[in-house]
Design a protein around this ligand. Structure first.
Ligand code: FES
Length: 140
């Protein structure tokens, strides 16, 4: 894997997962520093282009995480995001991207431990999978 640590772009919902990540931090839960958070008002705002662009530009994984079903503050944005994730998992291999580089979870505001564990598991999975070498290929 070399010296480089995996970089994970996390698109998270303001109301649930962002708050859980904040809770994980204030609770001083140990978690790898590999995640770059992008706070959205709802996972339903996440365009498929954001995910493809992040992976094509060298992110090693993308995490999408929001409210549990039934808890979305915008009624069903999280379910729309889930449909997009299913579509992306079909499309990503056409770009030469392993679909395991995209993960979706539901993490509620009080679930700081779940957030920290999700990050740990995802970093371990990506280290096993290897770094995304698309950035290197795009430059050449
Ligand atoms: S408001 Fe959290 S996923 Fe919609």
């Amino acid at each position: 894997m070399g010296d480089r640590e995996p970089t994970i772009i996390a698109f998270v919902c303001n109301w649930c997962t962002y708050t859980a990540a904040d809770l994980a931090g204030t609770s001083r839960l140990v978690q790898p520093p590999n995640v770059r958070m992008i706070r959205m008002m709802c996972t339903g705002m996440i365009d498929t282009k954001y995910v493809i662009k992040a992976l094509l530009e060298g992110a090693d994984a993308v995490l999408i995480s929001g409210c549990h079903p039934g808890d979305c503050h915008y009624i069903n944005g999280n379910l729309k995001a889930r449909r997009r994730v299913r579509l992306l998992k079909e499309i990503l291999p056409r770009f030469g991207i392993d679909e395991r580089r995209l993960k979706m979870t539901w993490i509620g505001a009080s679930e700081g431990i779940d957030f920290a564990n999700t990050v740990k598991e995802l970093v371990a999975e990506i280290k096993q999978l290897g770094l995304n070498d698309l950035r290197q290929k795009m430059i050449l």
